[in-house]
Design a protein around this ligand. Structure first.
Ligand SMILES: [Zn+2]
Ligand SMILES: [Zn+2]
Length: 266
């Protein structure tokens, strides 16, 4: 290490400690002060306290392909990214494409719902950063095993984005990319406005988003990680993955904060 690098590192360390004294680091999700061990500069830029980590990251084992909860008797954590990852009965006998794998932080219960709603508010950037950090920390081995090289948010139609001013999926993609050291790009577009999936009965959701997306040139030959805040039927992810595959993506995986588990899953 040259003396310039040594000086730079030292200076940024002092600056950080100086800022920590002025503004003690706070948890991105609940505003509590994190434990000292969590003060090291996190890759995703967010700090999360132990209580939030326990509350939001203690999910059950899930299928590595569709994230359906697995029977409690199957005592397996999906950490093996190369072949023997646990799958549900449905996925065990079905081809992976176009969506080859899906990881989630947890079920869409009261705690995660509250945090997901907070990401949609104007100051939700920090919350998205905190959730992204938990998601990457929980599934780091699987995500690295997938060897993705572009993180892509599930797109919101421009009209809705104008009204809201922010997209939770964009923020999550940005921070998940930072956590993995992989670039992110809004490489999928909505061709048309669709109705909100959560306003529709499950059986109508696939038709609502069918053909609703198109992929830009950047996806060609890339291994994509699609990112969204919530998935229920998986129809939006599937339609996005289909568009990405049609656009030449080499492989498509997904990471989503919360999965609304249906009764038939459990
Ligand atoms: Zn917290
Ligand atoms: Zn499955």
């Amino acid at each position: 290490m040259t003396w310039i690098e040594t000086f730079r590192r030292g200076a940024s360390g002092w600056a950080r400690h100086g800022l920590d004294l002025l503004y003690p680091p706070r948890c991105s999700l609940c505003d509590a002060e994190p434990t000292p061990c969590d003060r090291s500069a996190p890759a995703s830029g967010a700090r999360v306290c132990d209580a939030c980590r326990r509350l939001l990251s203690g999910d059950r084992p899930r299928c590595i392909r569709c994230a359906a909860p697995l029977p409690d008797t199957l005592d397996a954590d999906p950490v093996d990214a190369v072949g023997v990852s646990p799958r549900c009965d449905r996925c065990a006998h079905r081809a992976g494409r176009p969506l080859e794998g899906l990881v989630v932080l947890g079920a869409y219960d009261a705690s995660l719902r509250e945090q997901v709603l907070r990401t949609k508010r104007p100051a939700g950037r920090l919350v998205a950063a905190g959730l992204a950090r938990l998601l990457v920390d929980r599934h780091r081995d699987v995500l690295h095993g997938w060897a993705v090289d572009l993180v892509v948010p599930v797109p919101m139609h421009w009209l809705r984005r104008c009204r809201r001013g922010t997209s939770a999926a964009d923020e999550l993609a940005r921070w998940i990319g930072a956590g993995l050291g992989v670039p992110w790009a809004a490489a999928l577009r909505r061709r048309r406005a669709t109705r909100m999936q959560n306003e529709l009965p499950w059986e109508d959701r696939r038709a609502n988003v069918h053909g609703a997306f198109r992929a830009g040139r950047r996806v060609a030959g890339r291994r994509l990680l699609l990112v969204d805040d919530v998935t229920t039927t998986g129809s939006t992810l599937l339609a996005s993955a289909t568009a990405a595959t049609a656009g030449g993506a080499a492989a498509v995986y997904a990471a989503v904060v919360a999965r609304a588990d249906r009764d038939e899953d459990s």
